[in-house]
Design a protein around this ligand. Structure first.
Ligand code: BGC
Length: 735
């Protein structure tokens, strides 16, 4: 639980001088250091050598938050047992908390908008490397919750509104991080859709919706990515706190997904000793150390309220995760040197730029206003986000996912990036920060093209009240009023210059009353430290835009799936004094599923993104096989520039299933030279055709006809094929 912004936390960091090295005891006295044994055997062997207090020490944070070299959490090692320290650190868009000298990557929503899991793997690997170099061995990432409420202050920390997409990204990032011997914690498990009343709200969600819309990405990140850590969330699920919820922990996570790693609570998300231990929480993290675990847990074990077998299983899970990921054999860099040394590398900075280039979405390009061409032109660069060189609000979001290196990381502002690139074309750049409309209009009038860079601020702890673009800084305490009316600024610039391009640095969708007045539009999200360089490469066409939306951008607030206060931010229910309830009454109709089911045309649909070239899809065949089906088709670049498109496959199920019209079940980013055609094949496992039967407690396939639709957005699916499936019941863990 955090009540202050990260910058303030950094100021109270206490550094401890002693770090445990696993080699302190000899390998002979620690037979579990034998790497020829399996992780499980090693964990079992070590568990057998632990006393009650050794075990208890593994299950909770004994020191205040940020105590150990600026990391959010710390469980000290035990040198006599060769157990290394466990150091937990935040990591949404780079190694955060109070670490310095790390790379500020684009936000997770931007990473996901690349639709490129191989790039997300590279991001995870870089993140893991930097963490390891900083002495960290547990990353508090990736965030993979489904963006249910577009106003949620943390959507920028997640990967969008579709569980399949978030699952592929989550698995890739997990594999990348853990390849560096750093354990992930998937978060925030589960149905953690809002920040308003986040410590007490109950997400009231029916089992089918929970399984189909909120759980698949966890299952995939565990099965496909090998995730060994999960963070249970602040909210309640159907009235029961997430960190003591038997249905979602023991039932889904262990029983259904076959998870063998540990569950750690969000900071302050533990509410009991016995119920938490019995229901599947392995580590308590809290602002006040040892509130429910530690001494209270020890007493509960001694009293027999928590059986020793339960404590053994908790510790075994922690040790198994550590052995599996390699924490024992490759403990991270030693302190205090690690804290002081920079971890960022030129390669990681280049990767930050590539992710921003690949994740930025071109939403409008009328009359070929982009890419900027014709050397010798005058470009007006305007707006509050244009000149940012490290101010906190436009290059990353706020809260624990924030990268704190303001003034340390060399952030390249849009103005700097454009100015540098413009020089190569002999272009002249004019600049107005937008605070004085008269200056902005004068610059726009004097230019051939105007680029207006605007942004918002989104924060952990605070939901946006609506989707109006507003630039006031948001923190845990709420949002400050904006100093520039950015919507008015765009309109005035557009009235002064017919070639106006808007760049959005926002964490999610915003309403765009000025859309009809402008010619070009890019969504750059929170772009990280290479902001201006990536933007300039896209504007000038050095790189083809290929990001696609991972969230629907609605035309108006009244079109949202959230139609009532009972859905969001929730209402008080009589008889429940703990907190309000948010009803997930929209059920499966989250994001594009809602718009398609209701026939509502959004401003920009899920999956949408333009390029400077054009693509054609043809020749779809779908071939059933024993494990599902394979969709094969061709994608051609019909234009004169190289570019990449995101091929997407959606499945429409028989009406009797009650499923939404179309659901994403496969995708592939395809890079093509001018005129080139590539054959693409997308595997559709049996789970693609399945829905969750609450009565049966499993995934089932209804016999009938299924439509496979292929194209490059949820609203542009030119190819269609129909196949039939036989009835099937899928085994647990099959997703
Ligand atoms: C956030 C988590 C974060 C934790 C530790 C909490 O406030 O919800 O996402 O990992 O703090 O910083």
């Amino acid at each position: 639980m955090r009540t202050a912004v990260r910058g303030a936390i950094a100021a109270v960091v206490v550094i401890v001088a002693v770090a445990v090295t696993p080699g302190a005891a000899s390998a002979a006295s620690c037979p579990w250091m034998n790497t020829s044994l399996s992780p499980n055997q090693r964990a079992q062997m070590l568990l057998g050598a632990m006393s009650l207090s050794d075990k208890i020490a593994m299950t909770y944070q004994q020191y205040p938050m940020d105590y150990h070299y600026g990391a959010a959490g710390y469980i000290p090692g035990n040198s006599s047992l060769c157990i290394p320290d466990l150091v937990f650190n935040d990591a949404g868009q780079g190694v955060g908390d109070a670490q310095t000298g790390t790379t500020a990557f684009p936000a997770p929503i931007a990473q996901a908008a690349s639709w490129d899991p191989s790039l997300q793997y590279q991001f995870g690997k870089a993140l893991g490397q930097e963490a390891w170099d900083k002495g960290i061995d547990v990353q508090l990432a990736p965030g993979i919750e489904t963006d249910r409420v577009p106003m949620n202050g943390r959507n920028w920390e997640y990967m969008g509104e579709d569980p399949f997409l978030a699952g592929q990204g989550g698995a890739a990032e997990t594999a990348g991080i853990q390849s560096q011997h750093v354990i992930v914690t998937l978060k925030h498990y589960i149905a953690n859709s809002q920040e308003t009343n986040r410590m007490t709200d109950s997400s009231d969600v029916d089992p089918r919706t929970l399984e189909e819309i909120y759980a698949p990405q966890y299952d995939t990140s565990i099965h496909q990515g090998g995730a060994m850590g999960v963070m249970c969330s602040y909210n309640r699920i159907n009235s029961v706190y997430s960190c003591e919820n038997p249905d979602t922990l023991k039932g889904m996570l262990d029983g259904q997904f076959g998870f063998t790693g540990f569950v750690v609570s969000d900071w302050g998300a533990t509410h009991s000793t016995v119920a938490s231990a019995l229901n599947g929480l392995d580590i308590e993290m809290n602002v006040t150390p040892g509130t429910y675990y530690g001494p209270p847990l020890e007493t509960a074990v001694q009293d027999g309220q928590v059986p020793m077998s339960t404590l053994n299983d908790m510790v075994l899970r922690i040790l198994r995760a550590m052995f599996t990921v390699g924490v024992f054999d490759h403990p991270p860099a030693a302190q205090p040197q690690a804290y002081a040394a920079p971890a960022s590398t030129p390669e990681h900075v280049a990767l930050a730029r590539e992710i921003s280039e690949q994740g930025t979405v071109l939403l409008k390009n009328e009359g070929g206003v982009l890419p900027l061409s014709q050397p010798g032109k005058t470009i007006a660069v305007i707006g509050p986000a244009a000149g940012q060189t490290g101010a906190e609000d436009e290059y990353n979001g706020e809260g624990s996912g924030h990268i704190p290196e303001v003034g340390v990381v060399p952030v390249v502002s849009p103005l700097q990036g454009i100015t540098t690139r413009a020089a190569a074309d002999g272009d002249k750049v004019l600049y107005a920060d937008g605070t004085a409309t008269v200056d902005a209009v004068a610059a726009a009038k004097a230019a051939d093209v105007a680029v207006v860079v605007v942004g918002d601020s989104e924060s952990e702890g605070t939901d946006r009240s609506n989707l109006t673009l507003t630039g006031g800084l948001c923190t845990f305490e709420g949002c400050a009023p904006q100093t520039v009316d950015q919507n008015a600024l765009i309109s005035q610039v557009a009235a002064a210059n017919p070639n106006t391009i808007v760049v959005l640095d926002t964490g999610g969708p915003v309403l765009m009353p000025w859309l009809g007045q402008i010619k070009g539009l890019l969504e750059a999200w929170y772009p990280g430290q290479e902001d201006g360089n990536a933007l300039a490469a896209l504007l000038f066409g050095d790189v083809d835009p290929s990001g696609h939306l991972t969230e629907t951008f609605p035309a108006s607030m009244s079109d949202l799936p959230i139609q009532s206060a009972s859905q969001w931010p929730g209402v008080t229910e009589s008889g429940d004094s703990v907190g309000p309830h948010s009803s997930y009454s929209e059920g499966l109709l989250v994001g594009y599923r809602w718009y398609q089911a209701k026939g509502i045309t959004p401003l920009f649909p899920f999956g949408f993104g333009l390029s400077y070239t054009n693509f054609r899809f043809s020749n779809l065949t779908v071939t059933p096989n024993a494990s599902g089906a394979v969709a094969r088709f061709d994608v051609q670049n019909t234009g004169t520039r190289a570019g990449a498109d995101v091929a997407q496959a959606y499945i429409g199920m028989p009406a009797s299933t009650g499923e939404p019209p179309n659901q994403l079940k496969g995708f592939q980013k395809v890079s093509l030279e001018p005129g080139q055609t590539k054959a693409v094949s997308i595997t559709l496992p049996e789970t693609s055709f399945a829905w969750w039967s609450t009565a049966g407690g499993q995934w089932v396939v209804t016999p009938g006809s299924y439509t496979v639709s292929v194209g490059d957005s949820s609203a542009n699916l030119p190819l269609r094929a129909v196949l039939s499936r036989a009835a099937a019941k899928l085994p647990a863990g099959a997703y």
